[in-house]
Design a protein around this ligand. Structure first.
Ligand code: NAD
Length: 344
């Protein structure tokens, strides 16, 4: 049994779906169902008794303690977080509450549970914390990609709250011996991503004949990782990662935001052409840049490859095609998110 938190969100739900295909081991899925949590992502698991969904908060210590004692998980994978940078700029409080205080309370409840396990079970136990490349700050052009030894320099409330959580996780190992692992991944994309993030937003706006807004000059660079590759990497780290180590996970795909949007437009032009025959790229507009917008992130994923043998299976070209196709085939999912029906 493993306990997954935030398993109704984008990456968490992909991970739960993938896990139950790859393994026999059941999953307890604790999720607060914020605006980003969507049980429709897990609809295919109806009647699957290896999936136990619990509606609740990682910061609710008594609930977490109760779940740990009842289900006796051998590992926790912590996806639960507030994750959208723009929202963190307009309302940072929720980010501090969940990403910092919530992670702290989850860790504390876990530490108490773990300290009462047998020595053998203590040694086998893992707390895997999912974090982001944004903790390393903005990378100047030409500088080598982020490595695990690089200094943390977060620049926005989201990345600062994630950086804080990473430090707390580290300290719970150094001080109490809790067997922790941390992964810092780059921008994920793929099925079930909430359409406020770049790629799904562009697909959805394009199809609705709306503008495709790009911050500033659109030359900000991110590394892009197909979500199912990320899910596999997490399984590798859980199985073989060295306790207290961090692992950077990336797709070896550095692209500017403008390139991403142009690629989405080209795929839509091919798969669902506009009625007037013009390219969707005509809908691109440039808007004022985001405050504190980091210019470049890039991940050096060679440690996870050399130590654990993981490498992404998708190229950007194959992953983005699958993603655009998924959104075209799942327009009801998008409509339910946009209307708010998914929360009913
Ligand atoms: N999406 C990316 O590109 C990306 C990149 C790097 C790192 N990450 C990290 O990966 C993790 C998952 O990201 P995502 O994109 O799936 O996020 P998401 O916003 O899609 O999902 C987050 C999930 O956590 C749940 N949640 C929020 N607060 C909670 C709380 N207090 N208690 C329990 N559940 C709570 C939400 O309901 C939601 O289901 C996050 O920790 C994020 O920082 C994401």
């Amino acid at each position: 049994m493993i306990l997954v938190t935030g398993g109704a969100g984008f990456i968490g739900s992909n991970f739960v779906l993938d896990w139950l295909v790859q393994q026999d081991e059941p999953v307890v899925n604790l999720d607060k169902l914020t605006y980003a949590g969507n049980l429709e992502n897990l609809k295919s698991l109806q009647g699957e008794d290896r999936h136990i969904f619990v509606h609740g908060d990682i910061g609710d210590s008594s609930l977490v303690t109760q779940l740990l004692n009842r289900h006796q998980p051998r590992a926790i994978v912590n996806f639960a977080a507030e994750s959208h940078v723009d929202r963190s700029i307009h309302g940072p409080a929720d980010f501090i509450e969940t990403n910092v205080n919530g992670t702290f309370r989850l860790l504390e409840a876990t530490r108490v549970f773990w300290s009462n396990l047998s020595t053998e079970k203590q040694a086998d136990f893992r707390f895997l914390h999912i974090s982001t490349d944004e903790v390393y700050g903005s990378l100047p052009p030409g500088k080598p990609a982020f490595r695990e030894i690089d200094t943390y320099k977060p620049n926005n409330p989201y990345s600062a709250s994630k950086a804080a959580s990473d430090h707390i996780v580290r300290a719970w190992h150094q001080t109490y011996g809790l067997p922790v692992l941390t992964t810092n991944c780059s921008n994920n994309y793929g099925p079930y991503q909430f359409p406020e993030k770049l790629i799904p937003l562009m697909i959805v706006n394009a199809l609705a004949s709306k503008p495709l807004p790009i911050y500033g000059d659109g030359l900000q660079i991110r590394d892009w990782l197909y979500v199912k590759d990320h899910c596999a990497a997490i399984r590798y780290v859980l199985e073989g990662g060295r306790i207290s180590e961090t692992y950077n996970i990336g797709g070896w795909n550095e692209k500017t935001n403008l390139e991403i949007v142009q690629t989405v437009c080209t795929l839509l032009d091919e798969l669902q052409p506009r009625a007037d025959g013009a390219s969707y790229s005509k809908q691109i507009i440039h808007v004022s840049d985001r405050r504190g917008h980091d210019r470049r992130y890039a991940i050096d994923a060679s440690k996870i490859e050399s130590e654990l043998g993981w490498r992404p299976q998708e190229t950007f070209e194959t992953g983005i095609r699958k993603t655009v196709q998924w959104y075209l085939e799942n327009q009801k999912w998008v409509a339910n998110v946009q209307s708010g029906a998914y929360h009913a």
